[in-house]
Design a protein around this ligand. Sequence first.
Ligand code: ARG
Length: 461
Amino acid sequence: MNVNTQKLSSARFAQATDAFVEIFTASVDFDKRMAQQDIQGSIAHATMLCRVGVLTQAELDLIVNGLAQIRDEIERGEFEWSIKQEDVHMNIEAKLTDLIGIAGKKLHTGRSRNDQVATDIRLYLRDEITSILVELKRLQLAILTLAQTHAETIMPGFTHLQVAQPITFGHHLMAWFEMLCRDAERLSDCSKRLNVSPLGAAALAGTSYPIDRHLSAQLLGFSRPSNNSLDSVSDRDFAIEFTASASILMMHLSRFSEELILWASAQFDFIDIPDAFCTGSSIMPQKKNPDVPELVRGKSGRVTGHLMALLMLMKSQPLAYNKDNQEDKEPIFDTVDTLLNCLRAYADMVPHLVAKKENMYRAAKQGFATATDLADYLVRKGLAFRDAHEIVGLAVRLGVETKRDLSELSLSELQSFSALIGEEVFDVLSLEGSVASRSHIGGTAPNTVKFAIENARQQLN
Ligand code: ARG
């Protein structure tokens, strides 16, 4: 057995940790990412200890200065992380004691790594959610601008991926916008719920020192101290909630991606994704692949995987803290990175998407997209909807047989199906007439879409 010495927590052990176990149990390689939050939490804890008389002002000053020095060293990339100190918390504490001596050893009074790590991840996620929301908003603004440009651009709307009814491209873009609004709400909501301070829960049962949990919570910008010490050190709901919100957001981006990929194909040919966001093929010279949307679609699976991992991580844990929880970090970090990267790629790409209006228009002309408009026209003339539906079905059949759109049938042909049909029917059979008639809230009419964009802009600001 290989042995190591000098661990902060090792006095109880007669034997030193096995060298491989030391590597196996260490988390510093990844949890050093929370170093800034760890220092922030320690300063708040020490400040509170001083305020209640557990530390002297001189000790607090030493601790705060020492931690500030460590923070600078970390920022400069000069801090020497060691797996001998297992994790970010013990690395920083050990270094502090090296720097300031006995006062450093007092920092951990009335605290455990259990409430410390629970605090750090919450602070970390709170910060990251703020950054994610900034990128999300940038994407939303890009969508709004593109929707504005295309408030009148006509394209086919689909159900079952079959041409259904004509819509405006701006309206389609605003559907994506709405999904992202709900994603932003979910993330803000998650941020509010996780903003509760675990500090003071200590290992699991609280501490016998006369601590002021309100003060440490307030110093860290938490809304309040948590209610139950056992729950505080073991709860990772907030991480699950975050990855769940992230999975839904990624699912939305994946749907968005799927449409862009289809539309960029020669078969649809609705959009052009600029070269800067595509790559070529190493063998087929003609290829231009929509890599960015494809990767985002692929990465949605990865984030949902992290959600599953965290659910499984928690499902059988007895109260309170268990070392299992160390496994929460990598899924959380990777979810944050993936989300930020995908949002960034999308926010950069969307302003450069080029809609091929003529192709969209031509596609909307195929597939009898205005059949429902003809039925509605007949209803306005006094027919019951089911009867109108039947008549239009016959007209569509003639169109299919003679390879013509409804708007290309002659008036007398149309009148052969119903005498109620008059000259003005061609207004409703046109794509422009069809979309313009859907002018209620949430409809696809260009004016309604412009109104929705205006509202959305105000909501975002
Ligand atoms: N690295 C640990 C984690 O991420 C910190 C808490 C360790 N606590 C303990 N009792 N071993 O969860």
